[in-house]
Design a protein around this ligand. Structure first.
Ligand code: CTP
Ligand code: MG
Length: 227
């Protein structure tokens, strides 16, 4: 089986407050999406990366001039729908049930190739597949609408799910189709089929740029370690 990457980049980035889809916000001189694609391109076992854009996207060509990889304007109203559109496009381009698909958020632009290699190493002979994740370090609280603690949650078996998430095309397509728009990641859809994806530790630095202050955090990191 081959390994493909699929990058959903069809969101509007509402929580970021950037006034444009956050994947096009420049970080250390390059759009966030460009950093993401550079990291994936540095993983030799990833044969091709498909970028999923919104049908209404009018920024990609100007933001990533000269991009030669696969691009499809098949994004939907939710992340899950964008991923399903991308999976169908991968099939049109020759991918089959047994091929691995690494779904990676455009907004996780601090991805390092070595984390992707670790994920592939851990999953390529696994019956289910898996995801990058980080054990929770902080004490976890549940809270109510008034911002008051309702409970302290045992953190010892908790992980923060990241991406890439690596599953076989046939499995992840079936899982997402069954769960519908509600799935916020691929693993939760696979779990709903009664399967247990493998957790592969990456780094806190693989965070998803979500809030306004995250752009500066990401930029500082990129200036430290380079693209
Ligand atoms: N995404 C997508 N299609 C959607 C929604 C999200 O392809 N309909 C992508 C985003 O572009 C992003 C990734 O899924 O790379 C993770 O989603 P998120 O961080 O929630 O991004 P947005 O949905 O754009 O941000 P927000 O939820 O704040 O609007
Ligand atoms: Mg979103």
């Amino acid at each position: 089986p081959r390994c493909f990457a699929l990058v959903p980049a069809a969101g509007i980035g509402e929580r970021s407050g950037a006034g444009m889809p956050k994947q096009y916000v420049e970080i250390a001189g390059k759009p966030m999406l460009a950093h993401t694609l550079t990291a994936l391109a540095a993983v030799p076992r990833v044969e091709q990366t498909l970028v999923v854009l919104s049908p209404a996207d009018d920024r990609f060509e100007a933001a990533l001039p000269g991009h030669t990889g696969w691009v499809a304007r098949v994004g939907g109203a939710s992340r899950a729908e964008s991923v399903l559109g991308g999976l169908a496009e991968l099939r049109r381009r020759g991918a089959t049930d047994d091929d691995w698909v690494l779904v990676h958020d455009a907004a996780r632009c601090l991805l390092r190739p070595e984390w992707v290699d670790a994920l592939i190493d851990a999953c390529e002979h696994d019956a289910v597949g898996g995801l990058l994740a980080q054990p929770i370090a902080d004490t976890l609280k549940a809270g109510d609408a008034d911002g008051r603690v309702t409970a302290t949650v045992d953190r010892r078996d908790k992980w923060a799910a990241q991406t890439p998430q690596m599953f076989r095309l046939g499995l992840v397509e079936k899982a997402l189709a069954a769960m519908g728009a509600a799935a916020t990641d691929e693993a939760s859809a696979v779990e709903a089929l009664g399967l247990a994806p493998r957790l592969v530790r990456a780094s806190m630095a693989n965070f998803k740029v979500t809030w306004p202050e995250d752009f500066e955090l990401a930029e500082r990191w990129l200036y430290q370690v380079g693209p």
